[in-house]
Design a protein around this ligand. Structure first.
Ligand SMILES: *[C@@H]1O[C@H](CO)[C@@H](O)[C@H](O)[C@H]1NC(C)=O
Length: 348
């Protein structure tokens, strides 16, 4: 992924099943959704479409959208979290894309990474020769192709999974992975920058090939709209939750500023308790919080989640990008094809 694109909405939905004998016949099952980000709001929409409308969405913050969130910076809105539509122009349509580009017409730009070979800079100034960089790109592509073949042979359970670094060692026999300046830059571009973590902890099986790009295409589009990327989540919410004229969600089933602290579940249903000591009861609960929240034990599960589920939660890293916004007094960069990458040539 390029930084925090649609996949930044990476979340883990844990569905706790109550015994269906307890379901109220008339209104259908009652469902609590924890979190009003992309996944929680989408889950609610799916349930509504299936006729399950007895919902309560408990959101810890004062807004919808989760990590799709804009903030004012020097007089304009900037994206604090998700910023790209990942995977466009492929065999399948990325469901986010028509909402962004057709329905809401959010201003967006294709991120052009095509000419990487001409845009790798030496630390002391000037670019590396294109032909040389291209050769190194070809080599790293070859190593990755070897990884792809390897990945395809691994057991689906993930029991044979390995890190990207282990794959690189296997394929090019460099004990510390790529180590020449340009190779390190390319490595950073391909892996660290893409997954927000070093190749030594990135799962081969889950990233090569990457389903997002395989299915939806290799292009990524940068969303830069003053309504914010979060407009997508408000749009989906507005399809089943009552909204006011300006698009604000006023449906009583959306409860903001509700920090969930404890979830108890048993054969007869679920009980969710929030920080302000309110108790919500239902037949099911869907937890759509980020992996970071699930790993932090902020929410206590009673009884504890089964080991296989806990293992899945702890097997992944919560990847975090630090975004740095800089405001210049005037636009000094050229019109047209803007250099997307300024990569520095001496270790990264
Ligand atoms: C996005 O929408 C514009 C305007 O309708 C259209 O010209 C363009 O082809 C669309 N882009 C993609 C990649 O679908």
């Amino acid at each position: 992924m390029t930084p925090t694109g649609a996949t930044a909405a990476l979340v883990l939905a844990v569905l706790t099943l109550a015994h269906h004998a307890s379901l109220a016949a008339a209104g259908g099952p009652r469902v609590i959704i924890v979190g009003a980000g992309m996944s929680g709001i989408s889950a609610g929409k799916r349930l509504s479409e299936a006729g399950i409308t007895d919902l309560v969405i408990l959101e810890a913050t004062d807004h919808v959208g989760g990590r799709m969130h804009k903030r004012d910076f020097g007089g304009i809105s900037v994206e604090m979290g998700a910023n790209w539509v990942e995977g466009v122009n492929g065999g399948k349509m990325n469901p986010i894309w028509p909402i962004v580009n057709s329905t809401l017409k959010l201003t967006n730009f294709r991120s052009d990474f095509d000419d990487l070979a001409s845009n790798v800079y030496r630390e002391k100034g000037g670019v590396y020769k294109k032909a040389y960089v291209q050769k190194r790109i070809d080599l790293s592509d070859k190593v990755q192709e070897g990884g792809e073949e390897h990945s395809a042979k691994l057991h689906l359970s993930g029991q044979d999974d390995m890190s990207i670094l282990a794959m690189q060692r296997l394929n090019d026999h460099l004990p510390n992975g790529p180590s020449a300046a340009v190779d390190m830059i390319l490595d950073y571009f391909k892996y660290d920058y893409e997954f927000a973590e070093p190749p030594r902890v990135t799962s081969l099986q889950n990233t090569i090939p990457l389903a997002t790009f395989n299915d939806f295409g290799d292009d990524v589009y940068f969303v830069a709209d003053q309504r914010g990327y979060e407009a997508v989540v408000y749009h989906l919410a507005g399809q089943y939750l009552k909204a006011d004229k300006s698009g604000g969600i006023i449906d009583p089933r959306l409860q903001l500023n509700k920090v969930v602290r404890e979830i108890s579940y048993s054969g007869s249903g679920v009980r969710v308790e929030t920080e302000d000591n309110k108790v919500y009861k239902a037949d099911y609960v869907m937890v759509s919080t980020s992996l970071g929240v699930l790993q932090s034990d902020l929410i206590k599960f009673e009884p504890q989640l089964p080991t296989w589920k806990v293992l899945s939660i702890y097997q992944f890293d919560m990847a975090v990008y630090t975004k740095i916004f800089v405001k210049f007094p005037k636009k000094f960069w050229p019109e047209g094809k803007v250099l997307m990458e300024l990569l520095r040539g001496s270790g990264v």
